[in-house]
Design a protein around this ligand. Sequence first.
Ligand SMILES: Nc1ncnc2c1ncn2[C@@H]1O[C@H](COP(=O)(O)OP(=O)(O)OP(=O)(O)O)[C@@H](O)[C@H]1O
Ligand SMILES: [Mg+2]
Length: 306
Amino acid sequence: MITALCMNPSFDRTLEVDRLVPGELNRVRASRQDVGGKGINVAVVAKRLGLEARVVGCGGLEGAAAISAMLDGEGIRHALLPIPGRVRTNLKIVSLDGSSVTELNEPGAALAASQLELLTAICRENAAGSDWMVLTGSLPPGCPAGAYRALMEALDTPCILDASGAALRQGLTARPFLIKPNLREAEAALGRPIASADDARAAAEEFLRLGAQHVILSMGGQGAIYTGEGIALFAPALPVEVRSTVGAGDAMLGGVLKGMQEERDMALAFRYGIAAGAASVMTSGTQLIVPADFARLLEQVKVLPL
Ligand SMILES: Nc1ncnc2c1ncn2[C@@H]1O[C@H](COP(=O)(O)OP(=O)(O)OP(=O)(O)O)[C@@H](O)[C@H]1O
Ligand SMILES: [Mg+2]
C-alpha cells in the first residue's frame, strides 16, 4: 500500500485556439478538463501498475466532489480535508499553429495553520498502514516551506519527496528515503548549473550528503542517474515516440514504487522508474500510463554503472 499526499490539487483545463492573440477575441476550437496534482498522478500510476494506492490531502470545498469522483473511478481510496475556497484551475492555451503554449496557474485555496494540523493527523493515520508515503507537488498558499519536512518528521513510514526550492532543501534534513529532482530543480536547490554528466553525478551525490538516502536525478530525454550509499548508476532514456512529457516524473515515481514492491531493492526499482517514465511520454496529455507499454519497456531498460 502506498499513500500519496496532494496538498494543492487542480483542474487542468486545456483550450485550443488557432493562434493566441493577446488582447483580442480568441475562438476556442476544443477544450478539455482533467483532474491534476502530482500526488494524484503518482497514485494513479501506482494503482494502474497493480499497487494498492491511497490519496490524502486537502482541497477547496468547491470542486472537491469532482476530485473524489475521479479517484473513485480509478479505485483509489482517499481522505481529502475540505478547506474554504475552490479547487484551483490551471489553464493551458495551446495555439494549434504551434506558435505558443500559454499557461496560467491559480495559486489554490489557502491552508490555515489549524488545517495543516488536521492534515498532519490524517497523514499520520494513513501512513501508519502504508509501506510508502509520497510527498509531492506545490504547497498551497499559507503553507510554510518546511511543511514537508515537518510531516516527514511526524511519520514513521519511509517517505519519497518530490519537491522543489525551499521545500526540497528543508525536506532533506528529515532524511527522506528517496528524492527525485529533475535537472532544473537540482540546479535551483544546489545553486549551481549542471552542465555535464560529471556535474550531474556530483549533484546527485551531494543530495546524499545533504540527507537523502537515495536520489534519482531525472534528466528528461537524457535519462536519469540513481545514487545510493556506495552505488551510482545511469540509465539512458528509452527511445519512444514522444507525445507529452507532462507528468513523466510522477509516472517515474509510480514505477519506482512498483519496483520496490517487486524487488525490494532501489537499484532494481530504478529500472521500473525508467520504464514508467518512458511509458508516460508515449501517452498524450493527461493519460499518464498504459500498463502494457510499461511491461514491454521494462525489458528494454539498460542500466550502466557510473
Ligand atoms: N522524451 C523522453 N523519452 C524517454 N523517456 C523520457 C522522456 N522524458 C522523460 N523520460 C523519462 O521519464 C523520467 C522523468 O522525466 P523528467 O526528468 O522529465 O521528470 P520531471 O521533470 O520531474 O516531470 P514532471 O514533474 O512533469 O512529472 C526521465 O528520467 C526519463 O527516464
Ligand atoms: Mg517532477
